[in-house]
Design a protein around this ligand. Sequence first.
Ligand SMILES: Cc1ncc(COP(=O)(O)O)c(C=O)c1O
Length: 384
Amino acid sequence: MKDATKLTRIGRAHGEPGLVNPAIERASTVLFGAAGQLYNAPPGKTHYGRVGLSAQSALRDALSELQTGTHCALTPSGLAANTLAILTCVEAGGEVLAADNIYGPVRGFLLNTLPRFGVNTRFVSARIGAEIETQIRENTQAIVLESPGSLTMEIQDLRAIARIAQARGIATVIDDTWSAGLTLKPLELGIDYAAQALTKYPGGHSDVMMGAVLSRTEQQAQRLQQLERSMGYYVSPDDAFLVLRGLRTLDLRMKRSADSALMIADWLSARSEVGQIYHPARPDHRDHDLWTRDFSGACGLFSFSVPGWRLKQSETFLDGLDLFGIGYSWGGFESLAIHCDPQLRRSAEDDRHEGALIRLAIGMEDPSDLIADLENGFAAVAAG
Ligand SMILES: Cc1ncc(COP(=O)(O)O)c(C=O)c1O
C-alpha cells in the first residue's frame, strides 16, 4: 500500500466501532474490575493515564506503521524526542559523534547537559558518510545526525553510516523532521532511532507541539520504552488527536509545499541578489545525488544566501514581507521566513556561506502571491 493511502488507514483500530477517529479520553485513573488485576493487568490494557489512552495509542500505532518502527515514544516536543533518543543510547564514560548541522537546542543539550552525566560530544562534518569510521573511538556510543540540516540542508550518507555503526555496535540517531518520516525511511536504511518534531508537518497547523521517537529493532524498542516510561513522558489526548488529524493530509500538504518551494527557489535563483540556493531537491545542490538515492520527495523548507547582505539588510528584507510571517518553526499552513546567521554554530568545519542566510518555510498560499511578497522584500532592501 502506498503511503498516501496508508495515511488514511493507520491508527484507526483504536476508535469506537463505527467511528473514523479515536475518542479523546481524559483520565489519570483507570479502574480495574477486580483487585487481582491491579498488579496483573490483562495484556493490552492501559493501567494508568500517563501511558496514554485511545488517541495516544492510535497515534503511536499510526507512526509505527508509517515508519516501520518497533516502538513509538511520544514526547511533549520535538526537542524532547531528540534528547530522549540520545539518552537511550549513552551511558557515563561514553562519547557522542554529532553532525555539525544538528538543531541548535540539541547541540546545546549535548554540550551543556550530557557532560554532567559523563558523556562528551565531538562534532563531525555535516556531510559525513563512510569517513565516520576514522572518527570512531573506543568509547563512541552514539552517532547523532540530521539530514538535511534544517538551516543549511547538508545531507549525510545514512546507509554508509548505519552500516559502519552497526558493525561497530554504535547506536545511530537521526532528527528526521524535514522528511516527516514520509519521504525518508531512516529505520529501513539501518538507522536505529528516528526522532522528529511532530510540531512541524504532521501537526501541520501551527497549533500543537509534540515529538516522536521510533526504534528499529525489538531490543531498541525495549530500551526506548524503558527510558520513556521511567522519565514520565506524556502527551495529552487532545494533542495526539490533532497530530493524528494532521497525518491524514500529510502527503498532500507536503507535496503542495514542496512544489511551491521548488517554484520559488527557481525564481530566487534567477535574482541577481541571490548567491546559493540550499535545497537538496535541486540538481545544483552539492548533495543532490545522495538525496535522490534516499528520499522520495521534499518539503517546503529551504534556504538561500545573499552575498551582499549583512544583518541590517536581512532584517529590512523580512520586515518588507507581508505574507511571510517572521517566526520559528515550520511545516504549518502559513509561510514563514527567518534570517539564520545569528543562530548558526559550527565547530567541525568552517563552511560559511557568503553574506546572509535566509530560510523560507513555504506554506499553502499560492506561490505567485509568495513570489510577489518576496519581490517586495527585495525592493525594501533596494530602497535602503
Ligand atoms: C530540525 C528540528 N528538530 C527539532 C525541532 C524541535 O521541535 P520542537 O519545537 O517541537 O521542540 C525543530 C524546531 O524547530 C527543528 O527545526
